[in-house]
Ligand binder design. Structure first.
Ligand SMILES: [Cu+2]
Length: 274
C-alpha cells in the first residue's frame, strides 16, 4: 500500500529555527505581500512580554459566601482561572469605544499598574495602551504547559507579523516562564526572522514555548487580544490593546445606542416564587 506523508503545519515540538522536511511552522512561511520596513526595524517602539497561565483554586477559596467568581472545571477536576501577565480579564460594564468617559479608571489595570492588594486571582479590565503608529512587539510565553495544549491567540483590528516561534534552546529548562524568556531575549536567543514574516490574526502559542509578534499600531481603538478557546475567554484569557487616544477616534454619533438601552421593563414575577 502506498501512502504519502505530508508536512505538518505547526508541529507540536515547535522546532521552528531549523530547516526540516516533516513540518512547517507559520514562522517559516513568507508573506505574499510586502511588509512595512518599519515593522522589521531591530528595536520596536514598544515591547510587551505576556506570560499566560492558569491559577488553580482550592475550592475553599473559590466558594465563599456572597461571592460568585467565574472559573472552569478542567477535565481532571481542577478549578481554574486564566491569568495573562498575572491578571484575569473582566469585561467593563459598558463599551470603552463609545462610553469610555463613563467608566471609572479604577476598572482598568495591567502588569505595570496592578490594583493595590491584588490577590493571586487578580481581576480587572486588563488594558495596555500603545501610541498610534508605534511598532509593537508582543512576546507570548506559555506558562500553562499542559501537554498538547497550544493556545490560539487572536487579535482584533489589525493583523500581526509572525517573527518567531519556538521553545527554549536550553535543554535544562523543563518549563519556560517569563523570567527565562526575558533571559533568552537578552542573550538574543529568542527565534526571530525578518525575511517577509507572514501576516496572521490568530496563532497557536506552542505548548511550553513562545511566539514573537510585531504589528504597526495604525488602527486606533480598543482591540481585544485573546485566546480563542471560548472556555478560556470566559475565565479571563483576554486583554484590550488600546491603540491611540480618544482624540484619534471619530466622535460617537448622536443617539448612538448605549449600554442598557434595550433593557426590558422589569415587572414583578408573574408567578409567586416560593
Ligand atoms: Cu487558551
Amino acid at each position: 500500500m502506498a501512502y504519502f506523508i505530508f508536512p505538518i503545519l505547526n508541529p507540536l515540538d515547535a522546532i521552528c529555527n531549523v530547516k526540516r522536511n516533516d513540518a512547517i511552522c507559520v514562522s517559516n512561511l513568507k508573506s505574499a505581500r510586502p511588509v512595512d520596513k518599519s515593522i522589521l526595524q531591530e528595536r520596536p517602539d514598544v515591547k510587551i512580554f505576556l506570560p499566560f497561565r492558569f491559577h488553580f483554586y482550592k475550592p475553599k477559596d473559590l466558594f465563599q459566601e456572597n461571592t460568585y467568581k467565574n472559573y472552569l472545571v478542567a477535565p481532571g477536576g481542577d478549578h481554574v482561572l486564566s491569568l495573562v501577565d498575572e491578571i484575569s480579564y473582566s469585561a467593563p460594564p459598558a463599551p470603552p469605544l463609545s462610553q469610555m468617559h463613563e467608566l471609572s479608571p479604577d476598572l482598568f489595570c495591567n502588569g505595570d499598574n496592578r490594583p493595590a492588594n491584588c490577590a493571586v486571582d487578580c481581576r480587572c479590565t486588563h488594558m495596555i495602551d500603545v501610541p498610534l503608529n508605534s511598532i509593537v512587539e508582543i512576546v507570548l510565553v506559555d506558562e500553562v504547559q499542559s501537554p498538547n495544549l497550544s493556545h490560539p491567540f487572536h487579535l482584533h483590528g489589525t493583523p500581526y507579523n509572525v517573527i518567531g516561534i519556538g521553545r527554549s534552546p536550553d535543554k535544562n529548562i523543563k518549563k519556560i516562564n517569563l523570567k527565562h524568556a526575558l533571559d533568552l531575549d537578552r542573550k538574543g536567543l529568542l527565534h526571530r526572522q525578518y525575511n517577509l514574516p507572514p501576516f496572521k490574526d490568530t496563532l497557536a502559542v506552542p505548548n511550553n514555548g513562545y511566539v514573537v509578534l510585531r504589528l504597526k499600531a495604525d488602527n486606533p481603538g480598543y482591540w481585544l487580544f485573546h485566546c480563542h478557546f471560548i472556555y478560556h475567554i470566559v475565565i479571563g484569557m483576554n486583554l484590550i490593546l488600546h491603540i491611540g487616544t480618544q482624540g484619534d477616534l471619530p466622535p460617537v454619533p448622536p443617539n448612538f445606542p448605549r449600554c442598557g438601552d434595550h433593557l426590558p421593563t422589569i415587572t414583578p414575577p408573574f408567578f409567586p416564587i416560593h
